[in-house]
Design a binder for this molecule. Structure first.
Ligand code: HEM
Length: 462
């Protein structure tokens, strides 16, 4: 990353990376807040955000102050509240969600995505979500699964060649390319090849090539809307309506007014789907193979499951791939791509008996809850089979929320679970991915929880 770039996360916050978590975790005397209630939280002033410093502090703070604590703002107007009790999280996201809008960080996401549904609130969000929802229905995903299998097969073919030639693969890059291709082909189908032909390459690959997620990248990414405009124009000119998400979004109508989306709204939603669906799924596939390579017992169970089929798994086989699904779910527990997200309290609320004042910044961390030994037995161990027993499947409803909960729950959850199951199932029938080095892989906790370095693997034919 060039130093002249303006980061999406201000330098003032990233420079806190070196701050010691232990130093900051000394318990403070509870102080009285404006509502006269005792509030636990660290002494120091600190702006919570998606960065390494916050990531290092959250765990020790939770140990000291429990599942609800306040972090006094350093530069912001409002203090932050970390909410980690399952009942409180459900109140914020489900039963009292109307009291919360999107919070800190989303203004920067908006620079990249405009006013798409991940950013918008209120009536705008509601009408857009209603118009987009049909594109994520099961029958549509079933059709798109053909695209998924095709994209997967070309990656598997490359990995098989690497296996035959004894070459190492860059799993992180390959899964990133794969997830991007699946999203682009789901949106634009035949126009992806036209785009590549016209430009001598895929302009959207910048999401794979450039790993920064700063303002310069946001601007470059926004610039790609011209390609979506060009696709829209050529479809109109040639009167084409291929079976893909773009055609569905174009045909969508507001139920009350009968209006289509404006072109700007359509572009914002397209860009939102690309970004929201790419790195999250790519990261999960990346971590999954990393975990499988370190857990031969789970890998063997996955092989046993895919070997019960006499063909490479397709959409209709997914019910028989319950272990593959559990592998993905367990990866999402240990490495939730969206490890921290925020809300803003619009009015006062009461969580765990404490008053949360209007204006408070709320932070929710699937990472913290999903690794909490208070909920999960062998919390840090990769045990996909845990979901087969009743206790953990109940926990999945209360202490597992990688896709969030409630009305703002991820619209792409089913799509990405299908994509990951097919990827795992089809790959595992042919290949094992073995660690190419014993190096520890750290996490990089920014907007998404990526691996800090590319994960390298040696594919081996089964
Ligand atoms: C492993 C994969 C994924 C994970 C872990 C994930 C996680 C999440 C989370 C936590 C949210 C809620 C954020 C918030 O409310 O602040 C969200 C929202 C969203 N996701 Fe995903 N996501 C994944 C895949 C996808 C895919 C594949 C797509 C699209 C194809 C997608 C599109 C969206 C959209 C549009 C929203 C906003 C929904 C709304 O506010 O109505 N996601 N996702």
């Amino acid at each position: 990353m060039s130093n002249s770039r303006t980061p999406l996360i201000p330098e003032s916050q990233t420079s806190l990376v070196a701050a010691s978590a232990a130093e900051s975790s000394a318990p403070s005397v509870p102080e009285e807040d404006s509502a006269g209630e005792a509030t636990a939280g660290p002494e120091e002033r600190f702006d919570v955000t998606v960065d390494q410093a916050t990531f290092e502090k959250l765990g020790p703070w939770q140990q000291c102050y429990g599942n609800l604590f306040r972090v006094r703002a350093r530069t912001r107007e409002a203090d932050a509240w970390i909410v980690n009790d399952p009942a409180d999280v459900r109140r914020v996201l489900i039963s009292n969600h109307k009291n919360y809008s999107k919070g800190i960080g989303f203004e920067r996401v908006a620079l990249m995505l405009g006013n798409g549904i991940i950013v918008s609130d209120g009536d705008r969000w509601k009408s857009q979500r209603r118009m987009i929802q049909p594109a994520f229905h099961k029958q549509v995903i079933e059709q798109l699964s053909v695209t998924m299998t095709r994209c997967n097969d070309s990656v598997i073919e490359r990995w098989c060649r690497a296996a035959d030639e004894g070459r190492t693969i860059d799993l992180t890059r390959d899964t990133s390319e794969l997830a991007l291709e699946v999203i682009l082909r789901s949106l634009f189908s035949e126009d992806v090849d036209r785009l590549i032909e016209t430009h001598g390459g895929n302009p959207f690959s910048l999401l794979v090539e450039d790993l920064t997620r700063d303002l310069a990248l946001a601007a470059r990414f926004r610039g790609l809307t011209r390609h979506v405009r060009a696709i829209l124009a050529s479809r109109q000119e040639e009167n084409r309506m291929p079976a893909d998400w773009l055609s569905m979004l174009l045909a969508a109508r507001n139920k009350d007014t009968g209006d289509a989306m404006t072109e700007q709204a359509l572009l914002d939603e397209v860009m939102t789907i690309i970004v929201a669906g790419h790195e999250t799924t790519a990261g999960t596939m990346n971590w999954t193979w990393h975990l499988l390579a370190a857990n031969p017992h789970a890998e063997a169970q996955l092989h046993a499951e895919v070997d019960t089929l006499d063909h490479a798994p397709e959409f209709n086989d997914l019910d028989s791939l319950s272990y593959a699904r559990q592998v993905a779910e367990e990866t999402l527990r240990l490495y939730p791509p969206v490890w921290l997200f925020s809300r803003k309290a619009l009015g006062d609320d009461v969580l765990s008996g404490q008053t949360i004042p209007a204006g408070a910044d709320i932070f929710l961390s699937p990472w913290l809850m999903q690794r909490d030994a208070a909920h999960w037995r062998d919390a840090t161990r990769f045990r996909p089979e845990r979901y087969a027993d009743l206790e953990a499947s109940e926990l999945k409803r209360t202490a597992w929320y990688p896709f969030s909960l409630g009305s703002r729950r991820c619209i792409g959850e089913f799509f990405s679970m299908v994509e990951m199951q097919l990827h795992l199932g089809r790959t595992a029938r042919k290949l094992r991915l073995c660690k190419a080095s014993e190096r520890t892989i750290d996490v990089e906790p920014l907007v998404n929880l990526r691996s800090a370095v590319p994960i390298l693997m040696n594919p081996v034919r089964r």
